[in-house]
Design a protein around this ligand. Structure first.
Ligand SMILES: Nc1nc2c(ncn2[C@@H]2O[C@H](COP(=O)(O)OP(=O)(O)OP(=O)(O)O)[C@@H](O)[C@H]2O)c(=O)[nH]1
Ligand SMILES: [Mg+2]
Length: 395
């Protein structure tokens, strides 16, 4: 193609002076465009430098700290290395707590052990119960200076763990304990119980060092709000992880100003579980109420809300085990399969937003799966960046 009519001479060509006017105005436009472009680039750069503030909110045990651990693995300089040794204790405490919860479940059910010779192990677990309670996992004191850590605790805990290992092995293999495990919804058993109990020999090795997966599965309640800084695609993110227990939610509000995005975590698998501190309240129902108060909060009018409907692996297992959603959510209509139930829960959350224009970005997540989280974090970053540009008039 030729350069067309520009500067060509034909019957309708402009006179000499109007041609130069056109040229000048074209030049002016080019200059103005270049200035606009550079201003925009500068503004975009400033926006990136200012970074983004992101809160991870949601009830307890929904996977907030797990998402943070994934961010450390994916974007942190040292991954989870700084915490690896501390998590050895957490894992040991988690596995002791898990067997203890199952033994308590057995006692409440009135079921007898499959093997009467395991009675002695039941006694060991019960004898160590009070001591174990003293070493509550929160006392490990991650970023929690309010709770001093006693040096001597570590050795006492390790000794107790080794004393309990034969009991854990024998009881976990007992069919009655397995039956309790299959019906553990009301026991407040942690999701990683099976993962750790199945690996007891590896965990009992004197040279045991937790793997990344062990750390992702391990559970420590978050007590204090913690701030973490990550660079994701050249944008500095300040990310806040909060404690989700009801009594800790009053500490969230001071962090509510100038928030670019919220990841709201939901444990979909909690649909058949009661709240830890209120037996009469369904855990997922309580989570929906909390989402309502966050999604409609006036400080979050311009904040991107990203909903992580998490623990889909456990959720799916519960559906496969035939635990009906309709028993806990009587307005659910449809088959008890993954497609119908996830659609139902997603709309249940989305309908909480009073502002019907408000965009809520939903992801179905498995937070302990690093491969899945890698993809989701990239998608979240794209959303946050796009909304930031839009809010600052750049889109
Ligand atoms: N199976 C499975 N377990 C998960 C998933 N997400 C988190 N978990 C486990 O759930 C437990 C609780 O996760 P956390 O990340 O500690 O929960 P939290 O929301 O930070 O809880 P608080 O600090 O008490 O508010 C841990 O044992 C995690 O390994 C998931 O998608 N699937
Ligand atoms: Mg936490």
């Amino acid at each position: 193609m030729s350069s067309g009519g520009v500067g060509s001479s034909n019957g309708t060509s402009p006179s000499g002076s109007s041609r130069s006017d056109a040229h000048t105005s074209k030049q002016a436009k080019a200059i103005s465009d270049a200035i606009d472009k550079s201003l925009r680039a500068e503004k975009e750069q400033r926006q990136k430098e200012r970074g983004a503030k992101l809160l991870i909110l949601g009830p307890s045990e929904t996977g907030k700290t797990t998402v943070l651990k994934q961010l450390k693995l994916l974007y942190g300089r040292k991954g989870l290395d700084a915490e690896r040794q501390t998590y050895r204790r957490v894992v040991h405490l988690n596995v002791m707590k898990a067997i203890q919860t199952l033994c308590n479940g057995l006692r409440q059910s009135g079921l007898a052990l499959e093997r009467p010779e395991n009675e002695v192990h039941l006694e060991t677990v019960s004898r160590l119960e009070t001591t174990l309670r003293r070493y509550s996992i929160t006392s490990i004191g991650f970023a929690n200076p309010a709770i001093p850590r006693k040096i001597t605790d570590a050795k006492a805990e390790t000794d107790m763990f080794y004393e309990m290992v034969p009991a854990i092995n024998a009881l976990w293999a007992d069919r009655s304990i397995q039956a309790i495990f299959q019906n553990a919804s009301k026991l407040n058993l942690q999701d990683s119980a099976k993962y750790f109990l199945d690996s007891i020999d590896r965990l009992a090795d004197p040279n045991y060092v937790p793997t990344d997966d062990d750390i992702l599965q391990a559970r420590v309640r978050t007590l204090a709000v913690t701030e973490h800084v990550f660079m994701i695609d050249n944008v500095t993110y300040k990310i806040y992880d909060v404690g989700g227990q009801k009594s800790l939610r009053k500490y969230w509000a001071p962090y509510f100003d100038d928030v670019n995005a919220i990841i709201f975590m939901v444990a979909l698998s909690a649909y058949d579980q009661p709240c830890e501190d209120d037996e009469r309240l369904n855990r997922l129902q309580e989570c929906i109420m909390l989402f309502n108060s966050i999604a409609n909060h006036k400080l979050f009018e311009n904040t991107a809300i990203i909903l992580f409907l998490n623990k889909i692996d456990v959720f799916q297992k519960k559906l496969e085990a035939g635990i009906p959603v309709v028993r806990y959510f009587p307005d659910f209509r449809g088959p008890n399969n993954y497609a119908a139930t996830t659609l139902y829960f997603q709309s249940k959350f989305l309908e909480q937003c009073k502002d019907t224009q408000k965009q809520v970005y939903t992801h179905f997540t498995h937070a302990t799966d690093t491969n899945q989280m890698r993809v989701i974090v990239v998608a979240v970053n794209v959303i946050v960046q796009r909304l930031n540009l839009r809010n600052s008039g750049l889109l």
